[in-house]
Design a protein around this ligand. Structure first.
Ligand code: PHB
Length: 428
């Protein structure tokens, strides 16, 4: 049975890979066909753009200006975070489609690697995109442990990196760099926002529970910082290895500790299982459960009744009233027959950030410093609400308090306005 499942998944992935290879090929072919038409325009535009940016020499060859932008997705397409990786890619591709298949006026060629959320394979996977495929930008990833390796390889090669999810505080902290950008959040941010909410409700004794890896531990650290600053006490920090889902003994332990509330970080498949186990253990109406919003984002169909009423903090929510979100949601639903989630938004905004860089250099990606400067200064018109980047290249953004109603994380207000990660240790 197990082997059968594995083989089916392998076959499906192979089909997926074939589909994407075909797509890359089609896009590359389009780029070639379009090259002749765009060449004159590119040449016409390149000189004034260079002159404007300080008299740098003109692009060395017409081919550099007409070559497609090579985007490398390093994302989880298998395992507990597979749905997250797919949503990010969907969001990114939607923005490209809306620009007529281009970014900053240039054709786009996609390459992709399944990182399996496995830190051990991360350096090799990052090198496949950077060294083998020679991409202009890596868009990756979801898992904070994998992210650490990507940051290192991207910095060594001075390759543009846009992080479309992973919150690893280090990436926009001590390991920040001119070429490293994030379209998502730092792990500290949603945890900190929730720490304020729980303290303001008068809760005093809280137990935390998460997977024992950077995302969980850093979310708890953010929560604890805000919560204890306001007089609360984290009485026990419980963990289990990533991506284990044997929650029963830990749930029993929490029940016996009788805290005022519990704060957790789980996401993807693990989040579905935790929310169901928590309700099945009879704790849903006994101990208030709080979390960063990943616990209930992209998971509500599967969590069903067990998730109703849960409150979380995140930089995206259902029921926002800005027109940008409304058009994004309509376009996403039309393209994919799915409702978007926070991961789709982060993918979409990663594409917007890249577009800002490409536009600023008129498509000449060899002008790396100008690309970085433009992305760093961009104001991103995001479905979550417009945001800018901090000096460490992390979004400065509002964190919503959300409550689960049916299959939606309805916004019930703003938990933290324009919250900036402290970027401790960043020397940019
Ligand atoms: C992370 O590993 O940084 C991570 C993974 C999944 C999430 C959020 C953060 O939903």
């Amino acid at each position: 049975m197990h082997r059968f499942t594995t083989r089916c998944r392998g076959a499906a992935m192979a089909a997926d890979a074939r589909r994407h290879r075909a797509l890359s090929f089609a896009i590359a072919a389009t780029a070639t066909a379009a090259a002749a038409a765009t060449l004159a325009i590119s040449l016409a535009l390149s000189t004034p753009a260079h002159a404007q940016s300080g008299g740098k020499p003109a692009a060395p060859a017409a081919s550099a200006a007409s070559a497609p932008i090579k985007v490398g997705f390093m994302l989880p397409y298998s395992g507990t975070y597979a749905a997250l990786g797919n949503a990010i890619e969907n969001g990114f591709r939607l923005y490209v489609q809306e620009q007529g298949g281009k970014l900053g006026g240039k054709d786009v060629e996609f390459h992709k690697v399944d990182d399996e959320s496995d830190p051990a394979k991360a350096p090799e996977n990052a090198n496949k995109l950077i060294k083998r495929d020679q991409v202009d930008v890596v868009v990756g990833t979801v898992h904070s442990g994998v992210q650490m390796a990507i940051v290192k390889v991207a910095k060594e090669n001075n390759t543009l990196l846009i992080i479309p999810n992973a919150g690893a505080d280090e990436a926009t902290g001590p390991l920040c760099g001119p070429n490293v950008f994030r379209s998502s959040f730092s792990n500290w941010q949603p945890g900190y926002a929730m720490g304020e909410v729980v303290a303001n409700r008068g809760m005093k004794r809280v137990v935390t529970l998460t997977w024992k890896y950077a995302a969980g531990e850093q979310s708890v650290r953010g929560f604890k910082e805000a919560f204890e600053k306001r007089g609360g006490k984290v009485m026990r920090e419980l963990t289990l290895p990533f991506p284990n889902v044997e929650f029963q003994a830990l749930i029993t332990e929490i029940a016996s500790l009788k805290p005022d509330a519990v704060f957790v970080f789980f996401a993807g498949g693990g989040a579905v299982k935790f929310v169901k186990d928590w309700a099945a253990a009879g704790l849903k109406d006994k101990i208030p459960l709080y979390a960063s919003g990943f616990l209930t984002d992209g998971t509500l169909q599967a969590q069903g009744a067990a998730a109703q009423g849960l409150e979380t903090t995140l930089h995206y929510a259902d029921g926002l009233t800005n027109p940008r979100d409304q058009s994004f949601r309509a376009a996403y639903a039309k393209a994919y027959k799915l409702q978007p989630d926070v991961y789709a938004v982060q993918g979409y905004d990663a594409a917007q950030m890249l577009a800002a860089g490409v536009k600023a250099v008129n498509g000449d990606m060899s002008r790396k410093n100008d690309v970085y400067k433009a992305i760093g200064a961009a104001r991103i018109d995001s479905p979550r609400g417009a945001f800018t980047l901090s000096r460490a290249h992390n979004p400065v953004q509002d964190f919503y308090l959300r409550k689960v109603e049916g299959t939606e994380n309805r916004s019930v207000g703003i938990a933290a306005k324009a919250l900036a990660d402290p970027a401790r240790g960043c020397r940019l």
